[in-house]
Design a protein around this ligand. Structure first.
Ligand code: 6PG
Length: 235
């Protein structure tokens, strides 16, 4: 596990940008394209705003989401909308390279199955195989959730699907599954805010309880795991 402590949220975003740029350009060099999974929530906003200033080879970069609230793509709560407003509407990335999770009017299970089919087609996967994303960006809640994998929920047990339905209380969400995240080549957590100190300590503890602190279940099989942490989290 790689840990980088950053003095503030802007420094954390700048560090993430450097790490992502290195991995994305290497992937394009080696395989002609790069695949990047985006997180929602508020922490990545600064990163996405910095991404909007970059002149990367967007034609060779494909974007996916790690989770999505089950709302229309123009809803204020949409992770897709947040990425569009802060970044995607400001760079020349082809529409075909942007792969949002489908939501309404599908049902959550239908949408999860549809996104799974899309990923299987994009990566040319056999049934039962998992995609290998080049970079996966994740956040973490103060309850230790990541993506839409919340404590003590059924989604934590799903090991034979790429995408599943998560539950935030009674609210359904779409989320990539633990095995999907753990097949990533590089998984990057962005954690800011003193309110996350307990979760961070629990998640990174040697014998972490993944049911209670789901981010602890993200242990890439062969990929790299990076924790970019604002210093207030360690105070
Ligand atoms: C979401 C995110 C979620 C987020 C954490 C941290 O859909 O909200 O995917 O998992 O990463 O809740 O959110 P903040 O960055 O806002 O603290």
């Amino acid at each position: 596990m790689n840990q980088v402590i950053c003095p503030d949220a802007d420094a954390l975003a700048a560090q993430a940008l450097m790490l992502i740029q290195k991995r994305v350009l290497a992937a394009i060099d080696q395989q002609g394209r790069a695949t990047l999974v985006l997180a929602g929530g508020s922490t990545p906003r600064r990163l996405y705003q910095q991404m909007a200033t970059q002149s990367w080879p967007w034609q060779q970069i494909h974007l996916f989401w790690g989770d999505e609230r089950f709302v229309p793509h123009d809803h204020p709560e949409s992770n897709y909308r947040m990425a569009r407003e802060t970044w995607l509407d400001h760079v020349a990335i082809p529409a075909a390279n942007i792969h949002p999770m489908p939501t309404t009017p599908l049902t959550p299970p239908e949408a999860a199955a549809a996104y799974e089919r899309e990923l299987q087609a994009f990566f040319g996967l056999q049934p039962g195989a998992f995609p290998t994303f080049d970079v996966i960006v994740l956040g973490m809640g103060e309850d230790g959730h990541t993506a839409s994998l919340f404590p003590h929920t059924a989604a934590l047990q799903v090991c034979d699907r790429i995408v599943t339905v998560g539950q935030k209380g009674t609210e359904p969400r779409l989320t990539l599954t633990i095995p999907t995240f753990n097949c990533g080549r590089c998984v990057l957590f962005l954690v800011a805010g003193a309110n996350k100190a307990l979760a961070y300590a629990q998640v990174t503890a040697p014998l972490a309880d993944g049911e209670r602190w789901p981010a602890a279940l993200i242990r890439p099989q062969s990929g790299d795991l990076w924790w970019l942490v604002e210093s207030s989290v360690l105070a």
